[in-house]
Design a protein around this ligand. Sequence first.
Ligand SMILES: *[C@@H]1O[C@H](CO)[C@@H](O)[C@H](O)[C@H]1NC(C)=O
Ligand SMILES: *[C@@H]1O[C@H](CO)[C@@H](O)[C@H](O)[C@H]1NC(C)=O
Ligand SMILES: *[C@@H]1O[C@H](CO)[C@@H](O)[C@H](O)[C@H]1NC(C)=O
Ligand SMILES: *[C@@H]1O[C@H](CO)[C@@H](O)[C@H](O)[C@H]1NC(C)=O
Length: 448
Amino acid sequence: MQQPWWSIYLLAIFMLGLDSKLVGQAFQPEFAEPLMNLTVPIGRDATFRCLVQNLGGYRVGWVKADTKAIQAIHVHVITNNHRVGVSHNGQTVWNLHIRNVQEEDRGQYMCQINTDPMKSQMGFLEVVIPPDFIPEETSGDIMVPEGGTAKVSCRARGMPEPRVLWRREDGADIVIRDPNGTKTKVAMYDKEVLTLTKISRSDMGAYLCIASNGVPPSVSKRISIKVHFHPVIQVPNQLVGAPQGTDVTIECYVESSPKSINYWVRDSNEMVISSNKYEVVNTVISSFESRMALTVRRLTSADVGGYRCVAKNSLGEVDSVIRLYEIPGPTVKNTSPANKREEYRYSTPIEGPDNQFGSADTSDDEDERDIGTYTTDRHSNSYRNENVTRNRTINYAPTTEQKLNNKVRKIINKFEIEKFGNNRCCVHSLFVINCVLSLGIIVVLDYT
Ligand SMILES: *[C@@H]1O[C@H](CO)[C@@H](O)[C@H](O)[C@H]1NC(C)=O
Ligand SMILES: *[C@@H]1O[C@H](CO)[C@@H](O)[C@H](O)[C@H]1NC(C)=O
Ligand SMILES: *[C@@H]1O[C@H](CO)[C@@H](O)[C@H](O)[C@H]1NC(C)=O
Ligand SMILES: *[C@@H]1O[C@H](CO)[C@@H](O)[C@H](O)[C@H]1NC(C)=O
């Protein structure tokens, strides 16, 4: 606060007047301890405490050193800043109070005693401000085509200068690709601008930028980065055979962003919808992956033929054909266990080729995950449908059970080795259900 020019004169006259009266006093006043430096968040109150011994008839005054503005003399507030006040405790403790501290209050404050020469000591008031985002310089959600560059920025102000860092909401690492092709994975990225070049679908997700400067509260902003690409379909089995009268499930795995519309079409171009005959189930695996499953109940010769799974989004459309055929076999009385097993199969992602379709994220850092090779790979796969490149693998009982057997073995081996020696008991809480189910399946398999 600026003081009127005459207030300084008043103070001088006032103090000199006192001074002349008290010349010759035996004890000179002394400061008992230095004035403390204060650090106060904006909006809070600050108190400087000046400890004086032997004040006698002298008086204590307060001056803001940078502006030379007199704050108070003795028990009187001089400044017209209504947030300033004084208090004292006896002749020793003299306080200067600043309520609801503002940025302009920052600076050196001087506690003076009107001796001749004047005695004074100084303390600094630091006003700190918690971080706050600058809206014009902070990004919102963005969408980028795969292979493109996503650039998001977050700038914050505060005192001291805030530090900005980025991390993924799901806790995964952030993948930074240099122009020369080097990839770096970091849990935190501490620059204001995050640039993701050659962005891949695995980079899709919510990113948090967090600004902090040691003054609570820190602030964070959630920015969603969406990566768009043409849908792709993977088909684990393109030829599926089953005996008459059994239920058979065929499946396609879709990757798409934005999310695709998924449906099944028969050779006759007739769309397949859930009914007594069919059960159509779409299961979300991740933000961009899903599984399409079609169960044909009580297979008859009329059901034999091609079933096309189709995925369509704003960037395009893809399909793949699965051929269903009839195999001679014992007329199975009841196949409901087979359906149950289907469900269990996908409830636990387990590493290994059996499950390569359900866990694209895990292969994220391998080079084939990069746009280019990755996409063409999957494309060629999805278009290879009419050309039978595989041996005639049958998705009915033998293969399914074979796969299950592998998985069951894996689980059990893991348990036996890691946890339980030779004890086949499944105790681990997370695995217990699947493990029990798997063991149940072994029993079923042993019977068949
Ligand atoms: C206050 O801060 C200044 C430097 O800004 C320092 O020289 C001084 O010793 C500090 N005072 C106290 C009491 O810590
Ligand atoms: C790639 O470029 C970065 C800087 O952009 C550099 O630090 C790094 O060493 C380079 N790596 C290779 C393999 O050239
Ligand atoms: C399968 O594809 C190969 C080349 O990939 C081709 O030579 C062959 O004729 C195709 N077979 C059929 C049945 O389309
Ligand atoms: C197909 O199976 C036969 C034997 O059943 C085997 O010799 C051949 O290598 C298999 N081909 C492929 C591509 O797996």
